[in-house]
Design a protein around this ligand. Structure first.
Ligand SMILES: NC(=O)c1ccc[n+]([C@@H]2O[C@H](COP(=O)([O-])OP(=O)(O)OC[C@H]3O[C@@H](n4cnc5c(N)ncnc54)[C@H](O)[C@@H]3O)[C@@H](O)[C@H]2O)c1
Length: 317
């Protein structure tokens, strides 16, 4: 198949590109950012990169006309953006998604939209199944803009599906692995990674008892591929993740243990890190029955194994 991945130069996109190339697919990526994460694929005969944006209608038109399937991963991702540049989060994540869907509809191409566990907000009922409620805070709190931007994207997906477009939504739960983000920025594992590799204390926010379900990227990619090419997926939304909960404190301890680093743990307040416009979510757990039953994928990589591979990769960089 010919496949377009928007935001394909990002973390998930780089792994998805590799997996699709290994299947024999032809992969186009649309990526305005750096190409570091896909530099090892640049000479591949079935891999092409277009250095442009989902905000460009003409580029989307020329690319989507040529492909069979679109994975729409392009987004402004990362807490620093949600609280630092909410305009760009909303603009790219809402308007960019609408652009992709509009062109895909014109050519009748299936779209797989990358959404997030953040759409459930702070719904206290756990685990979250796909049809559960969204429970969010005030629009005066910038951190909810990402959740809202992805939820609007989902509404557009369902609206286009009603018009006849094949669309599938994947909601990822804390996917991690090699090439995640730069150390010290982005997500919790890369923030801990920088501290770990320098032997500094790992800064745990609050009491560290907030949990996440850390999902190894290979498992997430297997589910993503099935969402695009497997049967019974059109018009569906899937939680993509393991249901094994890990506290942030245990994550920090495990990373120290695996790496043999002399790092210790230092507790900091969330205000110290994010200021007042951030609200943390205590627990996040997916009901992943649909992923296992319809996509036929188990998120089975143990955290210790996935972290060991991730730490090793960052060490060699
Ligand atoms: N990794 C996770 O745990 C996780 C969790 C929930 C949701 N997601 C979603 O999965 C997708 C991929 O996430 P990721 O972890 O690879 O993040 P990432 O930030 O590494 O990848 C996103 C990519 O989109 C690109 N991008 C930004 N603006 C763009 C634009 N205007 N046009 C084209 N590309 C643009 C970025 O440069 C980046 O390479 C995102 O949509 C994200 O919201 C990921």
């Amino acid at each position: 198949m010919k496949i377009l991945i928007t935001g394909g130069g990002g973390f998930v996109g780089s792994h998805l590109s590799e997996a699709l190339l290994a299947r024999g697919d032809e992969v186009y990526i649309l990526e305005p950012g750096g190409t570091q994460k896909v530099r090892h694929l640049l000479g591949h005969p079935r891999f092409r990169i277009v250095r442009d944006s989902v905000m460009s209608h003409d580029i989307l038109d020329s690319l989507i006309a040529q492909v069979d399937l679109v994975y729409h991963l392009a987004a402004v991702v990362g807490v620093e953006h949600y609280v630092g540049d909410p305009y760009e989060v909303l603009n790219v994540n809402v308007n960019g998604t609408q652009n992709v869907l509009k062109v895909a509809y014109k050519y009748g191409r299936k779209v797989v939209f990358s959404s997030t566990s953040e759409v459930y907000g702070r719904n206290p009922k756990l685990p979250w199944s796909e049809d559960d409620d969204r429970v969010l805070g005030s629009t005066r709190i910038d951190r909810w803009c990402y959740s809202t931007s992805k939820a609007v994207g989902e509404h557009f997906c369902f609206a286009y599906h009603k018009l006849g477009l094949p669309v599938t939504i994947t909601r990822y739960f804390n996917v991690y692995g090699p090439r995640l983000d730069k150390i010290d920025v982005g997500r919790i594992i890369t923030i801990f990674m920088g501290q770990l590799l320098r032997g500094e204390p790992l800064t745990v926010i609050g009491d560290g008892l907030q949990t996440r379900c850390f999902t190894y990227v290979d498992d997430a990619v297997a589910a993503t591929i099935a969402a695009g090419v497997g049967p019974g997926t059109d018009g569906q939304v899937f939680n993509i993740g393991t249901d094994v909960e890990t506290s942030i404190l245990d994550l920090a301890k495990l990373m120290i243990d695996i790496s043999g680093s002399p790092s210790t743990i230092r507790f900091v307040s969330k205000e110290e890190v994010y200021g007042n416009s951030y609200e943390d979510i205590a627990r996040r757990v997916p009901d992943n029955t649909r992923m296992r039953k319809i996509l036929g994928v188990e998120a089975e990589t143990p955290l210790r194994d996935g972290l060991a591979r991730t730490i090793e990769w960052f060490r060699t960089q």
